[in-house]
Design a protein around this ligand. Structure first.
Ligand code: HEC
Ligand code: HEC
Length: 309
């Protein structure tokens, strides 16, 4: 039991006596003991104390340099006079002037000049990608992969041409769109409008399927071949490989805008096709159109401006 007066009221304080040196641990006790269990007076580790005092010093210095202490109408501004608001405003100004510089540079330039300036190219790609998400992804897919009737822009198969200039032109005037100089060509409804008979359309379909070894009717293929020569070569070419200057697709490969199964081709020949690509010259600025052309050209299938070298 304790020899001090008030310990009976506070039994949880344990017994008190003079701190003593504890041999096995080499430290002093605090002078408390609970049922004979004593508490050692272990000092804080030095490293902990060091960090503790250092953070107090750093906090004081920081409070002195930076805006820190609230005053009645305002706040202590700090010796450095730093302001997050000012910093953000400055960043915005810098960004806008930087953007305007790039945008001016993009207007009317050719791809070579953009490629020759890595910073400008990076800016065009970023601006093009974001404009693509906003304006084009609904029809062409988020990655430009396309859907039935909406061409894939990732591959190297182009209806109207895949050079940078041709892509930029397609964006500006559109296809079957409202621009005065829009790119236009008619794939007629040969069946519906009675231009060809049902049998002729079947023969033409067999002829087209034969390019990819999918027809088992050589007689129909032969008849289709001469029908094609009479009716289709002016746009699709003598070899049916298409003509980009007229927007007439290649019909000999496995890449089809409207589907390449027998039923799809019959549908195309019966009812015609009139894909509409809007003209963007009224909705987007020239530099955005250029950035989009850079982006689409770089998606994977862009052709060099000058393929004959
Ligand atoms: C309303 C749907 C629609 C939107 C939106 C649209 N396109 Fe198109 N785009 C088409 C269609 C349909 C065609 C195919 C036209 C044809 O049949 O010749 C096409 C064709 C193209 C072509 C030509 C492809 C080739 O093979 O020659 C390019 C390039 C193109 N689009 C890029 C874009 C870009 C970039 C945007 C966004 C600014 C965009 N398109 C927005 C529907 C759309
Ligand atoms: C006056 C030009 C013109 C003539 C003639 C023409 N076509 Fe087309 N054809 C086109 C155009 C342009 C397209 C693309 C339509 C589009 O993009 O919406 C097309 C598309 C097609 C397609 C769809 C291709 C695909 O990828 O899905 C087929 C199939 C086709 N034509 C077959 C024929 C056949 C067979 C004939 C002859 C009977 C013919 N065309 C005559 C211009 C023509």
């Amino acid at each position: 039991m304790s020899d001090t007066d008030n310990t009976e009221d506070r039994p949880d304080m344990g017994d008190r006596h003079e701190p003593r040196f504890d041999e096995p641990t080499g430290q002093y006790t605090t002078g408390h003991s609970w049922d004979g269990i004593e508490e050692l007076n272990t000092p804080m580790p030095r490293w902990w104390l060091g960090i503790f005092y250092a953070s107090i010093v750093i906090a004081l210095i920081y409070a002195l340099l930076m805006p820190s202490i609230p005053l009645i109408n305002s706040h202590y501004k700090g010796l450095l006079g730093h302001s997050d608001r000012k910093a953000v405003a400055l960043d915005m100004v810098n960004m806008r002037t930087g953007r305007a510089q790039f945008s001016d540079k993009l207007t009317g330039v050719d791809l070579e000049n953009i490629m020759g300036d890595p910073e400008l190219f990076r800016f065009a790609m970023a601006a093009g990608k974001s404009a693509f998400g906003d304006n084009c992804a609904t029809c062409h897919g988020a990655g430009g992969q396309g859907f039935k009737g909406y061409p894939n822009l990732n591959d190297d198969i182009w209806i109207w041409g895949g050079t940078f200039e041709e892509i930029r032109h397609t964006l500006e005037v559109g296809v079957r769109a409202s621009h005065d100089d829009t790119q236009f060509n008619l794939m007629q409804a040969y069946g519906r409008d009675g231009l060809l008979t049902r049998d002729e359309i079947k023969d033409l379909t067999e002829y087209l399927l034969a390019f990819t070894d999918r027809s088992e009717n050589p007689d129909a293929v032969a008849r289709g071949k001469s029908l094609f020569a009479e009716n289709c070569v002016s746009c699709h070419g003598a070899e049916a490989t298409g003509d980009q200057s007229q927007g007439a697709p290649n019909l000999t490969d496995l890449d089809w805008l409207y589907g390449g199964e027998r039923a799809d081709i019959l549908e195309t020949l019966n009812n015609g096709r009139q894909g509409v690509m809007p003209n963007w010259n009224e909705r987007l600025s020239p530099d955005t159109i250029t950035a989009l052309a850079v982006y689409v050209h770089a998606l994977g299938g862009g052709e060099p401006s000058n393929p004959v070298e």
